[in-house]
Structures are given as structure tokens and as C-alpha cells.
Design a protein around this ligand. Structure first.
Ligand code: KG4
Ligand code: ZN
Length: 361
């Protein structure tokens, strides 16, 4: 079967076509149009601008994704959007779209576009939960049999959650951030330090430049909630601690390469320490057979390396799943995989709606 999936929950417009044969996934096309440049001047995502961009990008990304997938298209000059229709003998069997959680105006762009397609092609739609999609992105190549219960750490710009997964579609949120998400913390810290947007990748680059010779700056940031027995997180205090640390330095120091790499290294390590401590605790408490990482922050090499080391040392019998780097940040391939796993939940387009606060359950 072939699934066409659409992702617009935040600032990436993604469309992918996947073919599934004997439970194996083959990517026929995968397009993501990023709005990073546009949002850079605001230091974060500006929802109504993002919505407008999705509206603009969807027809183009759709056209590219279908062409690459080898699916025949014909122009439909009478309708806009979408300006294209699949031929009657279309080989797409199912549509999948992210319905939440995310930015409401952005979600509706993808949902309405998919509804339009569903009406024209007379196809059902699988509504996809974005957080679940980040989790199942791990299963594109990996075997997911006999791995449950699993503890999933989903860390992105919008979410930081620890989720107990008892099987596909069976979730319980163990804990989550009480304020900022981990990726949001990196984005806000990068803004304070004048490093640009998105913050996570640039902080990782600067942190890698840290060496012991930079120890002239002694910076110790808090590890919020690390000693608490619950599985919740809090990252807004960390961002404030960075703000005060930075403000109290002279202009000369603030501009020095050594200082920037030291503070980036420390803030990245503070986030990693908390994420790993709580994940390992949850995995031990839940007797997890596996630990699954997902979300944009999962692209962080230090987090991947340190989590791997900790899992091997402290819970050696648990299997660790780390998503492919290209499927960490938002994409439609993960939405297609999630749509396939949830194909029994397919619905008529009339029953599809966006839900900005959708939760895994
Ligand atoms: O999953 P995602 O693309 O969007 C949301 O669902 O929010 O995640 C984006 C987040 C941003 O906050 C970005 O700074 C962070 O992921 N990120 C990283 C890295 N790459 C992206 N954080 C740390 N290290 C990275 N290499
Ligand atoms: Zn995401």
C-alpha cells in the first residue's frame, strides 16, 4: 500500500509518500520546506507567519513529492488549492495528516489541505499525533517486536515528555515539562547569546568547541528538578540563569569565543543531565525492555552518546532506539509511518479536525 502524509504542526511543511510491503517501509518521496530563515529574525516561530508560509508552500511541496514518488498528476486549473489532482488510477491508498499537538493555525493548514485531497480522491484519512510520530520514526528500519514496555523520551521545540509505551497506540504520559521544552530552552538561550535560530544545532556546535583550557570561566548552571522523584521537567529557570550569568559579564567577555563555548557546553550538559537522569529512572521503575528517543533535540550528538553510555551501564538489558538524524526534526515520513500503524483508525474527511492540545493516551 502507499500512504501520502502531510506535516504542518510547526514551521516545517512536510509531505512524503511511503510504500509499505510486508510491513517494510520504502520512502518514495520526502520533502520538507523549512521556514527557519523567515523566523530567524524573531528568534522563534511566529505562528501566523508560519501559517501563511504553509499555505504558500503546500501546493509546491505536494507537486514535488508526487513527482518524485512517480505518481501521475494532472493540472486542475479550476481548483486552488490544491492545484493538482491525482489521476483516477491513483496508487495512493491512504492519507495521513498531523492533527496535533502543535500550533493551531499551522495544523489547520495541513488538515484542510488533506481534507481537500480526500474529497477529490475519495480516500480516508488517518489522523496522526505528532508526538507519537516522533516515537515511531524509530521503526522505519528497526524491528519493534518484543520491545515493550518501552520508555520514550520525546524532546523537541514544543514538547518534553517521558512516555510509557505498552505497544503501538498504548501510551501513558509519565511526566513532562512544566514550562519550556528542552528545544525551546536551547532556542531562547541562543537568542540571549546572540547566536541565532534554531538554537539547538548552534549551541551543539559551540559546545563542541569547549576544551579544558577554557576553564578560566567557571560557570555552573542549575540542573532543575534533577533530585525530584517525579518524571517532570522545568527548563525556564535554566534560561533565566543563563540570562543573569551573561548579563553580569563584561562586553569583552561576552564576545569571547572561549566564554561562548563554555556557557554553551554547560547549558547543553545541564539539559542532558536532567533528561538522562529522569529517563533512566523511569526505565528502571517501569522495568522497560527498551528506551526510545525522539524529537528535534534527539539530533543532539552529545545527548545520543551520553544516553547510549548510560543505558549500557545502568540498564544493559534494555535496547536503545535512536532515530536517524534526518527523522529527528519535523518531517512527513514519520507521519506516514504513524499513519500506517494506525490505519485502523482511518476516518472520513468529515470527522478530521485539528487539536492543538492533543495528548498521547
Ligand atoms: O521536532 P522539532 O523539529 O519541532 C517540534 O516539534 O518542536 O524540534 C525542533 C527543536 C528546536 O528547538 C531545535 O533547537 C532543536 O529541536 N534541535 C536541536 C538540535 N537540532 C534541532 N537541539 C539540540 N541539538 C540539536 N542538534
Ligand atoms: Zn516535532
Amino acid at each position: 500500500m502507499k500512504i501520502l502524509a502531510i506535516e504542518t504542526s510547526c514551521d516545517d511543511t512536510g509531505i512524503a509518500v511511503l510504500e509499505i510491503k510486508n510491513g517494510k517501509f520504502k520512502i518514495l518521496s520526502d520533502f520538507v520546506s523549512s521556514q527557519v530563515k523567515l523566523h530567524r529574525k524573531y528568534g522563534g516561530v511566529y505562528p501566523f507567519l508560519a501559517k501563511r508560509e504553509h499555505q504558500k508552500n503546500l501546493p509546491t511541496v505536494f507537486k514535488k513529492a508526487l513527482r518524485e514518488a512517480g505518481t501521475k498528476v494532472k493540472e486542475d486549473k479550476s481548483s486552488f488549492p490544491p492545484s493538482l489532482l491525482l489521476r483516477k488510477n491513483s496508487v495512493i491508498d491512504l492519507l495521513a495528516v498531523t492533527v496535533g499537538p502543535g500550533l493551531e493555525p499551522c495544523l489547520w493548514q495541513g488538515v484542510n489541505f488533506t481534507i481537500d485531497l480526500a474529497k477529490k480522491l475519495k480516500l480516508p484519512i488517518v489522523p496522526v499525533n505528532h508526538v507519537e510520530a516522533h516515537i515511531v520514526a524509530n521503526f522505519i528500519k528497526e524491528n519493534y517486536k518484543n520491545i515493550f514496555p518501552a520508555v520514550c523520551l520525546v524532546v523537541s521545540g514544543g514538547h518534553t515528555q517521558l512516555i510509557l509505551m505498552k505497544g503501538i497506540g498504548k501510551y501513558k504520559i509519565l511526566g513532562e515539562t512544566r514550562d519550556d521544552a528542552a528545544g525551546e530552552c536551547f532556542d531562547k538561550v541562543a537568542r540571549i547569546l546572540g547566536l541565532g535560530y534554531p538554537g539547538g544545532p548552534i549551541i551543539a556546535v559551540k559546545a563542541a568547541q569547549f576544551s579544558i583550557s577554557n576553564l578560566q570561566f567557571s560557570i555552573k548552571l542549575p540542573r532543575p528538578m534533577i533530585q525530584q522523584k517525579n518524571y517532570d521537567f522545568s527548563f525556564s529557570g535554566l534560561k533565566t540563569a543563563v540570562l543573569y550569568e551573561f548579563k553580569n559579564r563584561s562586553l569583552k567577555i561576552r564576545k569571547s569565543k572561549e566564554y561562548i563555548s563554555t556557557i554553551c557546553h554547560e547549558v547543553q550538559q545541564a539539559v542532558i543531565d536532567v533528561l538522562i537522569k529522569k529517563t533512566i529512572k523511569a526505565a528502571k521503575d517501569c522495568k522497560a525492555r527498551s528506551v526510545i528517543l525522539g524529537g528535534g533535540v534527539a539530533a543532539n550528538q552529545e545527548l545520543r552518546k551520553q544516553l547510549k553510555e548510560k543505558v549500557e551501564k545502568e540498564i544493559p538489558h534494555s535496547k536503545l532506539y535512536l532515530p536517524d538524524l534526518k527523522f529527528c526534526t519535523d518531517n512527513a515520513v514519520m507521519v506516514a509511518i504513524c499513519g500506517y500503524f494506525n490505519k485502523s483508525k482511518k476516518k472520513n474527511w468529515r470527522k478530521i479536525k485539528a487539536d492543538a492540545n492533543l495528548r498521547c493516551s
